[in-house]
Design a protein around this ligand. Structure first.
Ligand SMILES: [Zn+2]
Ligand SMILES: [Zn+2]
Length: 331
């Protein structure tokens, strides 16, 4: 569907297309996913699904932890694998055994906690036909080996008792060595830049180019001048965001013996992007659609959709998508 400045069609799992110019009302993410399952094996499927949109490791009921699904010509790329990613992928109407690629932006647990289990859940269906290819920072190989180790009694039992394939042979982990490209195959190119997310050194933003389209994922990052160039003219910039008043309240809540509220607040400021900074960045980059995700805080009732939107629209004149769990965008 097309609405003046809206150039995208946002379809829900059911194929219901709706959106809102103001962004105050966003997509209804009703549980209608299974209906779409049949179409999700199609090689014509090109789609971005936000699987989890809450920034940070806290588990809540409003949003799942960070994860995205990018479907390119039917191939399934999961970008970050926060807690809940498996069930969210199923809710979105996709079969876990169809997982092709996993890209991890950095080693914070809200982006990795369900990485092993996502792969396990894909394997245990018995339907994985070829190795899942994983791309991420240093530490991914170790994490993968440790995952298999921690589950070896179950895995060995199932291999012997249920005649299953060895899962260790159905995964290939690539720790990122070069940024341009990270990945290039079948007309799909993925490049990366380092994001700004202290105290980590190795944190990535990824750019996917395919079918003449560009989708950029910020991962976690403070305002990054380099992103302006990296995301130049992108069709979609999927970017993390935090809200000034919200992080002040959250910092107070999280303050404890080891860290004061001010220290917590300074951590947020130094490693994430405020709404106004993001609006400036998206405007300077001239992206066509700015998709908000990884909300910090993601569950503050005092911050409405409209407030998130107005925060970025002070400076950005393009289209804003107020991302929610299972927001699904036809590409
Ligand atoms: Zn995060
Ligand atoms: Zn992080």
């Amino acid at each position: 569907m097309k609405l003046k400045t809206m150039s995208i069609s946002m379809t829900l799992a059911l194929g219901l297309a709706l959106t809102s110019m103001a962004g105050a009302e966003n997509v209804n993410t009703a549980a209608t996913h299974s209906v779409q399952a049949a179409q999700n094996t199609s090689a014509q499927d090109n789609r971005l699904v936000l699987l989890g949109t809450q920034g940070g490791p806290r588990v809540g009921v409003k949003r799942a932890n960070p994860a995205n699904l990018l479907v390119i010509n039917g191939k399934k790329f999961v970008v970050d694998a926060g807690y809940g990613v498996s069930v969210q992928m199923v809710k979105a109407g996709y079969r876990l055994q169809d997982l092709d690629y996993v890209f991890i932006t950095h080693m914070h647990s809200d982006h990795t906690l369900e990485y092993g289990n996502l792969f396990y859940n894909a394997w245990v269906t018995g339907g994985l036909k070829k190795p899942v290819q994983v791309y991420g920072p240093t530490g991914m190989k170790n994490m993968t080996e440790a995952y298999f180790k921690s589950n070896e009694i179950d895995i060995n039992t199932r291999m012997a008792d249920e005649d299953r394939a060895d899962p260790r042979k159905l995964i290939a982990v690539h720790e990122i060595q070069q940024l341009n490209p990270v990945f290039k195959q079948d007309g799909i190119k993925v490049t990366a830049i380092k994001s700004i997310h202290p105290p980590f050194d190795e944190t990535y933003s990824f750019k996917f180019e395919f079918n003449g389209k560009t989708v950029v994922f910020s991962g976690d990052s403070a305002y990054n001048e380099e992103m302006v160039k990296f995301a130049k003219g992108a069709d979609y910039l999927v970017h993390e965001v935090q809200y000034e008043d919200g992080i002040r309240r959250l910092a107070k809540k999280l303050a404890g013996d080891s860290q004061s509220a001010e220290q917590q607040y300074q951590h947020f400021k130094g490693s994430h992007t405020n709404t106004d900074e993001l609006g400036r960045l998206a405007q300077a980059a001239g992206v066509k659609n700015l998709v908000l995700t990884h909300y910090v805080p993601g569950d503050d009732p005092l911050i409405s959709d409209k407030m998130w939107e107005e925060g970025v629209k002070q400076f950005y004149t393009g289209n804003v998508v107020i991302g929610k769990d299972l927001t699904s965008i036809d590409l």
